[in-house]
Design a protein around this ligand. Structure first.
Ligand code: ZN
Ligand code: ZN
Length: 258
């Protein structure tokens, strides 16, 4: 039997409110991509199973659950949680989050020899294998150093863009993936807010339409990071701008199996 990989959407909103959670995607039951407020939907037994975290960037809506996760499970685990991210992203976490001021540095707790947290820098172009899954950082264009991820397994690949605006290198890389099954890509703002989207380096429907126009392959496209309250308007504008492709809004709680 062919092994399958499962993505569970714990959070996929551009904000909070009325049950919405920010970005946190679980791969099978042991890996998280980003640790937004979505991580709080896991029960304690599920939190204990998280061995690896891949971060797209250091913005708070994508990392704020990480210090709480470590604090909750650290003394119950026998191995550290490993955080994989671009070196620049890990530098930000060291300087501004796990700095003994905003939060303790769990790389030294309970001691440096057997800590609850480990950082593993992931260079652009590198691929990290966890079990049967390969995680590859992808180009992104955001206001801070950021990447997307390709998760490749025997059933093909899934790509998650992370936070990004127009990024030719991303499209070029994705176009070379013959086995791409699913593309999870952000669209944060409506067309009327394109100035804010440009300034904060996010997509809006017109920019995403141009990005998808340049795609030479036809994966299932899932839209993520929609701003709270604007979900229906953004999806309406997207469907009008991209008539030729099936687009679905990613939904909190859903699973994608490939
Ligand atoms: Zn961001
Ligand atoms: Zn974000």
């Amino acid at each position: 039997m062919e092994r399958t990989t499962r993505l569970t959407v714990l959070g996929c909103s551009g904000g909070i409110g009325s049950g919405r959670h920010t970005t946190c995607l679980m791969i099978d039951d042991d890996v998280l991509i980003d640790v937004g407020t979505g991580v709080t939907t896991l029960d304690f037994g599920q939190l204990l199973k998280i061995d690896h975290v891949f971060l797209t960037h250091a913005h708070l809506d994508h990392v704020l659950g990480l210090p709480l996760l470590l604090d909750s499970v650290g003394d119950q685990r026998t191995a550290p949680v490993t955080v994989h991210a671009l070196p620049e992203v890990l530098d930000v976490l060291s300087a501004h989050l796990f700095n003994w001021k905003l939060w303790p540095d769990f790389r030294e707790i309970p001691d440096k020899g057997a800590p609850w947290l480990r950082f593993e820098a992931l260079a652009r172009g590198e691929t990290r294998t966890i079990g049967a899954r390969r995680f590859q950082p992808l180009p992104a264009h955001h206001v801070v150093p950021a990447c997307g991820y390709r998760i490749a397994a025997s059933g093909g690949s899934l790509v998650f863009s992370g936070d990004t605006t127009h990024c030719p290198a991303f499209v070029e890389t994705v176009n070379a993936m013959a086995d791409l099954r699913h593309l999870v890509i952000e669209t944060s703002f409506e067309n009327a807010l394109s100035d804010i989207a440009r300034a904060s380096r996010h997509h809006w429907p017109e920019s995403l339409a141009a990005e998808l126009d340049a795609l030479k392959i036809a994966p299932q496209v899932w839209i993520t990071h929609l701003k709270p309250g604007n979900e229906a308007a953004i999806m309406h504008e997207l469907r009008a701008a991209v008539p030729g492709r099936e687009l679905e809004a990613l939904i909190q709680g859903q699973t994608i199996v490939w």
